[in-house]
Design a binder for this molecule. Sequence first.
Ligand SMILES: Cc1ncc(COP(=O)(O)O)c(C=O)c1O
Length: 411
Amino acid sequence: MGISDIAKYMMEHPSSIREIMELVAEYEKHPEKFPRPLVYLAGGWPQDPPPRVLREKLREVLEDDDAWRRAARYSPTIGFPDLIELIPEYERHVFGRNVSSEKIVFGLGSTEQTAAIFRLLLNPGDEIILTRPGYLNYVRQLELELSLRAKIRYWPIIEGSEFRPSIDALNNMLTSRTKAVLITSPGNPDGQVWDDTLLRGIHDLAEDHGFYVIIDAAYRAFIFEGDKTPFQRKPLEREIWICSFSKEFRAPGWRASYVVIPEELRRPLNTIEQARTLAPVSLIQLMLIRLFSDREALASVRRHYEEGARRYAELAEETVRELLSIENIGVLPPKGGFYVFFNISAFSEDDKKVWRELIDKKQLALAPGSDFNGARGWIRLSFAPVVETPEVLREGIKRLKEFFAEIKAHQ
Ligand SMILES: Cc1ncc(COP(=O)(O)O)c(C=O)c1O
């Protein structure tokens, strides 16, 4: 095949999420081949519907002739100017944060915007620090964007079964080629919320060493406990905030996001995106313009988020309680997001093997820790797919308990 070396590399190193998706497709196509239905607690796609008010706003766009025509045209690469002016309203009335519109770039989902930021900041041979564990797609994106020539270093943020990022340890990892530190808060797969002392500690280093702090806030609307200050205060000088609508709107299929970026980076990012995307989706932008100009609508979005966070917190709590009842399992109680990350190293360090066995023997799909920047001996359970059907979560946990009880019986 006449494909590039990097394409070959990507094919030879698939992520296990793709494997799981293929398996799910197989279960759906041929349920008769399997002893019982698959319990799917692997993906991070919320199944509850988007806030109702979004549908009303979209309907308004469809029914207004001018808006309908505008929705069919290209927008500027960084988004319609009236949307950019209104995003601070969303920030203010939903999250309580003051953000200047001068720092905002709208885009086609955070996956695309993150990749563009990698292109914006990194030369071949430059270093970026990711956390261990960390969201699995960043590494693949870096490999692709820089044809394997970015140096990735991993900052361990868990000690034993506790969240303990050390600023000293981070400081020791920095070199003259460190261009960025990327953290996810609340975390995927770990569900941890980074408090402001930690973020300011990283930012102090960024100021001294001249790197940027990228914060992926995809799960900011799902914080159950912990310090919300970082999501409410003004972004610091060297911070880049990546704000995706995918999770907070429960609409990952719409591909909409924005970044809050230091002003000096806005024009270069615009130039890169002119070549990569040309423009984000106009129809969604027009819906957002209507939504963000309506205070009452914003208040209802805020209530939707608060209610959702309570529901997700209950499921997280129940999952943690149940997992802790399994002897020798370590659990990292989440403070936000959709995931519960648990440690199985008392049974095996080989989380991929355990993950595969859970699928084969118990028809339970989770996600192996190794895929999240090499968190060996850990497994991630996602309750996002079952927020509307908690009985499926309970069935999954029952199978998990049986699995470990059987291992124990054979030891
Ligand atoms: C931490 C994190 N960032 C980004 C994404 C992808 O977001 P988007 O749909 O905006 O590309 C995900 C998806 O699971 C995620 O977990």
